[in-house]
Design a protein around this ligand. Structure first.
Ligand SMILES: O=C(O)CCC(=O)/C=C/C=C(\O)C(=O)O
Length: 287
């Protein structure tokens, strides 16, 4: 087995997908090889990407023998731009179907963070036979919290950053993104800022999408019972973007779901508690 660390550049690939009226180029990272494939779907923050969201999680899965695919959703990173006037969860679910068809992958496990969780559920509802297991962190339905006024403080800061992209606004958002913001380095901020500023079109399109349809993420609450795939739901107790009771709603709605709540954890469980997260996911996928 190769001991060379995986890098974004060495695993970077593009594919043209055609899924109904969706005809665009997607960027993805393709890591490792194995009989089973895990797709990771990132969140909706400015400058997010598969690599930015999951860089602490890819290596352990690859080392355990999984092929790992990080899909950059339409409108993020090196994927094509798009203005989304309908359900972004469904749009991303359709993009994932196009990607899997193009790569000839019939059935995959999906790990989704925030928007990626909403999109994984959209995909599972539309393509139930193509899902092995689901891991959902800080997302899975765009439904409301029963306790916290929405949009939450984190989502307001996220939208403010899209409208006025700057290092100051990025730091304001990141300060409530994770539980312990002292763990965020200047290097991480700079990488995020560079990602954001490299694609001003993506930032402008997100603002246009919100203006056309402020409710980008469908409330799948009434349909969660249809998602029968085994699901590991993981939340941060201190999530200030998508409150923890949304995770309880997923647990209540999905018949084969279990829930783990990390203490001292914000919206980025897979990064804030990476070692335990990775162990839990490997165990969940294997049994
Ligand atoms: O509005 C929602 O329900 C989803 C919000 C969301 O996806 C935020 C994610 C942010 C990141 O993952 C990021 O900036 O890396």
């Amino acid at each position: 087995m190769s001991t060379t660390p995986l890098s974004e550049a060495a695993t970077s690939k593009f594919v043209r997908i055609q899924e109904g009226d969706l005809d665009l180029q997607l960027h993805y990272n393709d890591c490792g090889s194995g009989a089973e494939t895990v797709v990771m779907l990132h969140g909706s923050g400015p400058g997010a990407s598969g690599w930015a969201n999951f860089n602490r999680n890819v290596e352990p899965l690859v080392a355990a023998g999984y092929r790992v695919i990080l899909m950059d959703c339409p409108g993020w990173s090196k994927s094509d731009p798009i203005v989304c006037t309908g359900s972004r969860s469904e749009l991303n679910g359709r993009a994932l179907k196009g990607l899997l068809d193009a790569l000839d992958l019939e059935r995959v496990h999906i790990i989704g963070n925030s928007m990626g969780g909403h999109s994984a559920v959209a995909f599972a509802l539309a393509n139930p036979t193509r899902v092995g297991k689901l891991v959902l962190m800080g997302g899975g339905t765009g439904g409301p919290s029963q306790f916290v006024p929405m949009p939450t403080e984190g989502i307001k800061l996220l939208q403010g950053l899209y409208r006025e992209p700057s290092i100051d606004n990025l730091k304001k958002m990141m300060a409530v993104f994770v539980f312990d913001s002292s763990s965020l380095t200047e290097e991480l901020y700079q990488a995020r800022l560079d990602n954001m500023m490299a694609r001003r079109d993506h930032l402008e399109n997100f603002v246009k999408s919100l203006a056309a349809n402020p409710k980008q993420f469908t409330d799948y609450g009434p349909r969660l019972g249809e998602v029968t795939a085994p699901a590991l739901v993981i939340w941060g107790r201190d999530d200030r973007f998508v409150p923890m009771d949304v995770g309880l709603r997923l647990l209540w709605g999905m018949p084969n779901a279990e829930l783990h709540i990390f203490n001292r954890c914000g919206h980025w469980a897979q990064w804030e508690h990476a070692d335990k997260f990775n162990r839990m996911v490997l165990d969940f996928l294997a049994h």
